[in-house]
Design a protein. Sequence first.
Lengths: 119, 462
Amino acid sequence: MKRKLVEIAHARSGDKGDRCDLGLFAPDAATYAVLKREVTPERLVRHFAGMASGPVELYPLDNLLALKIVLNGALSGGAARSLRSDNLGKCAAAALLRMEIELPPDFVIPAKAGIQNDA
Amino acid sequence: MVLKAIRIGAGLGFYGDAWRPVAASIERGGVQYIGSDHLAELTLAILQKDRMKDSAAGYTRDLVPMLTSLWPLAQPRGVKFLLNAGGLNPEGARDALVAEFNKRGWKAKIATVTGDALIERIDSLRAAGEPLDHLDTGASIDTVRSRLLFANAYLGAQPLVRALEAGADIVLTGRVADAALFLAPLIREFGWAADDWNRLAAGLTVGHLLECSGQGSGGNFNSYLENGWESVPDLGHIGYPIAEVSPDGTAIITKAPGTGGRVDFDTVRQQLLYEVHNPHAYFSPDVVLDMGTLKLDDLGGDRVRVSGATGRPRPDKLKIVAGYEDGWAGTATIGYSWPGAMRKARVTAAIIERQLAEQKLAYDEIHTEYLGYNSLLGDLADDSRIDELNEVYLKMSVHAKERRLAEAFPRQFPWLALSGPPTASGFSGIEPARQLLGLWPTLVRRDLVEPEVKVSLCETAA
């Protein structure tokens, strides 16, 4: 079953020069295993094709049930130079949460609040 | 000797942040130190613009009102401040603060840390063998040399430790690593050695968790799950994070009682990875941290224990962030309502582009956004309901090498009100052009910088 990341994980993003970096966080070990399997560098390159011109880096952190993602060449030359409204890349995490991934058939979607499922 | 834990509170997280929550940490949070980070990567560029208009400026102007408000709470409790509010002009910041304290008859010892500013030393650093190439692209600094406006090294915690040892109540710095503002009191109180890598790494972790004010205690908590952002209590009275640090570096992250926000596993780990590149090699001037061994234990009641930091020896080089003139931006915004809001905005953008070509106004870059549709998500916006939007604002920005050319841009818009597509409203007006600054990250040998770092102390109302 295909679902959006926003239903099973949370994320924050920020900037460093022309790089946008994101943390993606799983609520439990089962979800973390799904994230590690589904959120691959190849998927990220495709998902952020309209934003990142450089390579994508991915660092899994088992101790935090989290993935660290770095998008190179993603901020139009950096915050002080960029013409973009989101010059600091704060909304890239929201864009990540829209990524659709394949969940195992027996996966239980956690209870959610405050989000309309528009899938 | 048995050392007690010490409590450090977060000050501001950027230039313009609120200090009301800092008052709560001082009054009810039992803090002994406040570390206040006024400088994002972008901020030095803003301060440089100020300094070009007024040579006495160049520090963050929130410093004086903030300390005027907080000092009467801090002084009777013996709370000390470390602030990088000096920006590009720590001595100017000190002079302004000293003048205000003297006027009020307030007695304080104020230390200033200088030596991070390297703009006058670029050529001598290169003569000493430092190429100062761009850290990411490898480009030669010659490509921007004549346009450089500032260049500052990220200093570490040691000069701040010296300032505290000299008895400072308030330590004012320019560009230091954000976390150094928090690491310095720990080194000073616990006597951590300069090569005690694991403890320094623990202190760096604490600093990183506190340097973004409310982001460490439930602010900007980007979760839509159960216990997501809407369940964080009372953001309007958020308590900034406080770290209760033990001599071994283990810390409890918490906040003042009776404040809003939330400190739990989720809010703390969102901040832990914020603006981190490789989490196994998080660089600072004092130590390199591996976050892969950290352990977060949610103790409940807005308390999270952080332990297990691993450190590796500090780098031989310091990071510099330099800024150079990179042209001018001109911007205009104009709104359209339903029906067909997006269609009207798009047609307008096309008309403007054609007119620029007809007038031979050649811009280096034209950036078009539609507020209400894609200004925040860009190419990743969902276009499935694009035809039914209630309203859309067209925002167009251009980049030009010359100011005059950037200023000509918004003048292309006013005629649209009566002679363009229907329902044009909310034109932003003829806004002045904005100078753009490129940032140039690079590295420099620390032995070329650190001997020039100076700590000076002065006393007010003495």
